[in-house]
Design a protein around this ligand. Structure first.
Ligand code: HEC
Length: 167
């Protein structure tokens, strides 16, 4: 029994250590376009998925609590201040044991839209940021790159994604 308790303590300490290391890595990440790295995004909920056939990539669209609440109650035009949307992109690959299944392969980048109508009034109410590759190198080519491509959906508060239907 004592041994088991000791093992549990060790396990717990190990997990806590891992969590702290992950958090430290996230908080020390350099900003993109002056925007801080969104700590904890790996645990956000899914809003939708998408698959691009032109560049063969799979994507998951995630949201922080504010974004997920808005998505699930249909309050997305405009999205509320404080909402953060993430798009995480991987190169397509095939599932080893079932080739017809397309699954995420090499990680490409994670990019984010931070809603704050006043703070980001010069970029249509959103802060636009991207971190590239597993090393999460900040993208610094300017928000205009993002905005130009999102222009077709300016009447939908600059967001392409419709939240996936859930039961
Ligand atoms: C080549 C065009 C293009 C560029 C450049 C681009 N996006 Fe997008 N983005 C899209 C499209 C199309 C979608 C819709 C879903 C998809 O791609 O799978 C999207 C979706 C998103 C989403 C999910 C919410 C939504 O609008 O559907 C985020 C977050 C996002 N982009 C952020 C960015 C950021 C930040 C940048 C700049 C660093 C950027 N995008 C640059 C085309 C682009």
């Amino acid at each position: 029994m004592k041994q088991l308790a000791g093992l549990l303590v060790l396990l717990f300490a190990g997990c806590a250590g891992m969590a702290v290391r992950g958090y430290a890595a996230e908080t020390s990440m350099a900003p993109s376009h002056g925007i801080s790295y969104p700590v904890g995004w790996r645990n956000w909920a899914v809003i939708a998925v998408s698959h691009r056939t032109d560049n063969k990539t799979s994507r998951v669209i995630l949201g922080n609590d504010t974004a997920v609440k808005a998505a699930r109650s249909g309050k997305t035009n405009p999205w509320p201040d404080g909402a953060v949307l993430a798009k995480v992109v991987w190169k397509d690959t095939q599932l080893k044991d079932w080739k017809a299944a397309t699954v995420p392969g090499t990680f490409v980048h994670a990019e984010f839209m931070f809603k704050d109508a006043a703070k980001y009034s010069e970029s249509h109410g959103w802060g636009w940021a991207r971190w590239v590759g597993l090393e999460q190198k900040p993208f610094e080519k300017g928000m205009q790159v993002c905005i130009a491509c999102h222009a077709p959906v300016k009447d939908r508060d600059w967001v392409f994604t419709d939240p996936a239907i859930l039961p």
